[in-house]
Design a protein around this ligand. Structure first.
Ligand code: NAD
Length: 468
């Protein structure tokens, strides 16, 4: 009998707590889910009838404010699931040093079958509920996209908050993951998938860690399977291909593809949009059961769909040595232990998929400061670059070739700032996660990431004067 998702997160927490001397009471406070708002509300369907919709928002930790976490739309959303996902957000934010507590929301609707107008009414009504109970606000709790939601839903949330919320000046900062036209930030869309590949790259850069897996350093040439080609999985696959990896397998909810020679992920998705299925891609094997892809041979497996994809049922059949958890909670504790005993290394979710919340943090700052990251610096940087070009030309007596001059004179835009700041954050955090793993001989990167997270959160309680 498998445990609940929230139990799983607590299992990983408990595995790490034995390595710390943080007082028990503080550990219990960090582990507890502080608040859950369960709601039911009526929504009119397109035919005029009314249905009752179930929704949740869990705020796991208020050690830093606002709390932060996505909103999931799926029929099987439950209180336990949002509590687990909110807890993961708490630990994740601490791992990447983003000053938020953890939260998560969920609404029991199927975005694949409901009409946009119904989904808009659901989203606006859900937001009204959050406003009513103060479970949303730039300084309180800031949602973002998750499974089944995206820029469109975040736009409806922001607009509803503007109309009804108490904070008229900073309303845009009440939600992140908005479209650029809605004052989102460049680079948010790909941030989680890109962050997972940056995490992979960092792991693969340490010869000492890579060698026992029988792999060489660097992403180039590695055979990768991405399970779940949604917002996160797609951008993970594209970022891996951009770094010369070979994506040999992909899956979506209704099927999977495998091709030893590598898949063109963008044309695979185009094919699915046009035909409604992954079936029929020349040269690739099609599997109607998406879980089959998890058991195909590869160097690196990136689960990017849902929790509990890898369980004690299928763990021993996996044919990979390295797993990067782009999804939240894709591996159950039983499977985690089977994989560890089989010599598989796991780059854990609370570090590997933190790119989304890192860039959400940048979006929140942009919205609070009411200015884009490039506005005050871009022109100045361009002038400085051109001056440098003039000096080079004067000193060498000849102009640089036009391609080199173009590279040098190009001024950074918002997306450049966001990407480099994300890279920097992932690199600094990786050092902090890896260091205790090596120095204290902890069993794995997950335990190390939880330990680092627990100690960082405990430290913020200490700074607040709650314990010495
Ligand atoms: P999404 O709804 O955009 O995509 C989910 C994808 O998974 C879809 O393509 C769906 O077809 C596929 N899928 C569903 N069941 C599957 C199965 N059994 N096998 C293979 N594919 C399956 O969701 P998303 O935002 O990409 O989120 C994916 C995961 O990443 C979730 O665990 C989420 O909590 C986590 N995550 C998301 C973000 C974010 O910024 N969106 C940030 C951090 C973590």
């Amino acid at each position: 009998m498998s445990s609940s998702f929230f139990d799983d997160v607590n299992h990983y927490f408990d595995a790490a707590r034995r390595y710390t001397d943080v007082p028990q009471g503080i550990l219990e406070q960090i582990r507890a889910c502080n608040a859950v708002y369960r709601m039911r509300f009526p929504v009119r369907q397109d035919d005029g009838s009314v249905v009752v919709v179930r929704g949740y928002r869990a705020e796991h930790s208020h050690h830093r404010l606002p709390t932060k976490g996505g909103i999931r739309y799926a029929l099987d959303v439950s209180q336990n699931e949002v509590m687990a996902l909110a807890a993961l957000m708490t630990y994740k934010c601490a791992v990447v040093d983003v000053p938020f507590g953890g939260a998560k929301g969920g609404v029991c609707v199927d975005p694949r079958t409901e009409s946009p107008s119904f989904l808009e009414r659901v989203t606006r009504r859900y937001t009204s509920e959050l406003i009513r109970k103060r479970f949303i606000g730039p300084d309180v709790d800031v949602p973002a996209p998750d499974v089944g939601t995206g820029e469109r839903e975040m736009g409806w949330i922001a607009d509803t908050y503007k109309a009804q919320g108490p904070d008229t000046l900073n309303w845009l900062a009440c939600v992140t993951g908005k479209a650029l036209a809605m004052h989102g930030v460049g680079g948010r869309r790909e941030a989680t998938g890109l962050g997972a590949v940056l995490a992979l790259d960092l792991f693969l850069s340490e010869r000492e860690d890579v060698k026992p897996l029988g792999l060489g350093t660097g992403i180039a040439g590695k055979r990768i399977i991405v399970s779940g080609l949604g917002k996160v999985g797609l951008h993970a696959a594209l970022a891996a291909i951009e770094r010369d990896a070979i994506v040999v397998g992909v899956s979506v909810s209704d099927g999977a593809l495998y091709d030893e020679g590598g898949l063109d992920v963008e044309s695979v998705l185009r094919h699915r949009t046009e035909t409604g299925s992954l079936r029929g891609i020349a040269g690739a094997q099609f599997f109607a059961d998406p879980d089959t892809i998890l058991e195909r041979p590869c160097d690196i497996l990136i689960p990017a769909a849902l929790e509990h994809q890898i369980t004690s049922e299928n763990a021993s059949r996996l044919k990979t040595k390295l797993i990067v958890e782009a999804a939240n909670g894709p591996i159950t504790p039983e499977a985690d232990s089977i994989l560890r005993n089989a010599g598989v290394t796991i780059v854990p979710d609370i570090y590997a998929n933190a790119g989304g919340v890192v860039v959400s943090y940048f979006e929140w700052i942009k919205n609070l400061s009411h200015i884009s990251f490039e506005r005050m610096t871009r022109r100045y940087q361009q002038i400085a670059n051109n001056r440098l070009l003039d000096v080079i030309t004067r000193l060498t007596g000849k102009p640089l070739p036009p391609e080199d001059a173009a590279v040098l004179s190009r001024a950074p835009n918002e997306i450049d700032f966001v990407r480099t700041a994300l890279e920097n954050t992932m690199a600094i955090s990786y050092e902090k996660v890896r260091e205790p793993w090596k120095r204290r001989s902890l069993p794995d990167l997950r335990t190390s990431a939880y330990l680092m997270s627990i100690e960082s959160i405990a430290n913020s309680y200490a700074l607040d004067g709650i314990f010495p």
